[in-house]
Design a binder for this molecule. Structure first.
Ligand code: BES
Ligand code: ZN
Ligand code: MN
Length: 472
């Protein structure tokens, strides 16, 4: 996100200001509701009013009984209306809660995000200084604002990584970024290069990498809290740097168009874990990033090939485009070997879930109701909504193969959002597990509120909340 200076104050008259206002709320000096309603602004959610003044002043309507999502959206709208100012004060009511402070800071910062890494001239006007103005308790407000900066920063990093084109972000470079950024905040980072992946029998990862000129990378990140850990959680991220479909090439340009972001799961895991030290996560968290592209060539995995993964089980690759579950299965086995208490994975896994739930809802499922509920609550608190996918075990026979222990895809017409999850479930060895399928939500065409077009960075905030407070 770049550095953001956060202040908390009771009043800052000399900064450009965004006032978050419900209908009939207190107004800045010189304004009245009768004049504003006359001008068409009532404080309704989704509306803003720009007051012409020497120091820019924006009123952002929250509606009468705003939800957390309403607060974040309103903050995003207000922040946009105050652009290009990068030094802002946001005025909140005195009875504001910590969750609202956090959501408003997130919305304010994320609304200004642009992917500018490859432009000569930046288009985004990222906030550099933000003053939260409220009469609410100073220390609580400052702490909540700090969380907001950390979580918005995590999302912005995940967006940057996912937006990076394939020719700018190879698996090897992704691993180097993890090493460099991890060192800055004190995470342990371990990278397995190609030969080590072979030595360690990561047969799923290597089968998908077989067609590529770029080497695969396995990255393991570890966050250790300062006190006794409240639990040990594994976060597994799908890191397909580009998904061409493999030798069974995707059929048209439209189906290729977003596939640079097929590493959005790995980006979310990395971004969330980098924020754990600053936000004081209480659990030990181990991240597993499975990085490779999925390319067609004479050396690529062919249809019907059988790979043997780290678990020792064999996988018949009946479709080279169902690659995510194959690379992730090795990570599940590593997590089990590491003795974690639970596994959470995140992946742009299936068109099935994207078609079922669209761009506003990720699919969530898993083997443990409590863990799924924890993830769901974290997602809702983060504005990253989820919808349940049933883990219907009666579909399990669809994964049986005539030649191997498993096949990587059910027969045509079967519900792949469910079947892909059943495939991953095979590798959990009974550990509590929750699964986020973000195929539909990792990309946005919306350019409004705190959402920006292109890669969304979805999952980074959810994982930060859920992993930081994980309790075994
Ligand atoms: N990465 C894709 C899933 C995806 C689809 C993500 C659309 C974002 C948008 C995954 O690897 C994939 O290719 N899935 C295919 C599998 C199928 C051909 C067996 C799918 O779901 O269409
Ligand atoms: Zn994919
Ligand atoms: Mn694919």
């Amino acid at each position: 996100m770049g550095a953001v200076t956060i202040d908390v104050a009771v009043d800052t008259p000399d900064q450009p200001r965004v006032w978050m206002v419900a209908p009939d709320a207190d107004l800045p000096d010189g304004l009245s509701w009768s004049a504003l309603t006359g001008a068409g602004f009532t404080g309704a959610a989704g509306t803003v009013h720009v007051v012409a003044a020497e120091t820019p002043l924006v009123l952002a309507g929250t509606g009468a009984t705003p939800t957390l999502d309403d607060w974040r959206d309103a903050a995003g709208l207000g922040s946009r209306a105050a652009s290009p100012h990068t030094d802002l004060a946001v005025r909140l009511p005195d009875d504001v809660t910590a969750d609202v402070v956090r959501a408003v800071v997130e919305g304010t910062l994320l609304a200004r995000y642009r992917y500018d890494a490859l432009r000569a001239q930046a288009q985004g006007h990222r906030i550099t200084r933000l003053t939260v103005v409220t009469g609410a308790a100073h220390d609580e407000t400052a702490a909540a604002a700090g969380l907001g900066v950390a979580s918005a920063g995590a999302t912005a990093l995940a967006r940057d990584l996912a937006n990076s084109p394939h020719n700018h972000l190879t698996a090897a470079r992704f691993a180097r970024i993890a090493v460099d950024l991890g060192a800055e905040v004190g995470l342990e980072v371990e990278v397995w290069e190609q030969q080590r992946c072979r030595d360690e029998r990561l047969g799923g990862l290597l089968a998908i990498n077989a067609g590529s000129d770029e080497e695969a990378r396995f990255v393991r990140l570890r966050y250790v809290p300062s006190g006794a850990p409240t639990g040990r959680l594994a976060l597994v991220g799908k890191g397909i740097m580009y998904d061409s479909g493999g030798i069974g090439l995707k059929p048209n340009n439209d189906s290729h168009a977003q596939m640079k972001n097929d590493m959005s799961g790995a980006a979310a895991v990395l971004a969330a874990m980098l924020a754990l030290p600053a936000t004081g996560g209480t659990a030990e968290v181990v991240g597993y990033l499975m990085c490779t592209d999925n390319m067609p060539s004479a050396t690529a995995a062919a249809l019907g090939d059988v790979a043997r993964g780290r678990s020792g089980r064999t996988i018949e690759i009946v479709n080279t485009d169902a690659e995510g579950r194959v690379v992730m299965s090795d990570a599940f086995t590593l997590a089990v070997e590491d003795g974690v208490d639970a596994i959470v994975d995140i992946a742009t896994l299936t068109g099935s879930v994207a078609r079922a739930f669209g761009s506003l809802l990720s699919g969530i499922t898993g083997s443990d109701d409590e863990l799924v509920a924890t993830l769901t609550a974290a997602a809702n608190a983060s504005g990253e909504r989820v919808a349940p996918v049933p883990l219907e075990h009666r579909y399990r026979p669809q994964l049986s193969s005539p030649v191997a222990d498993l096949r990587n895809l059910g027969p045509a017409g079967q519900p792949d959002g469910i079947i892909s999850a059943l495939f991953l479930h095979e590798f959990t060895e009974g550990l509590p597990w929750a699964h986020l399928d973000i195929a539909g939500t990792a990309w946005s065409t919306v350019d409004a509120g705190w959402q920006t077009p292109g890669c969304t960075g979805v999952g980074a905030r959810t994982l930060l909340v859920a992993a930081g407070g994980f309790t075994a």
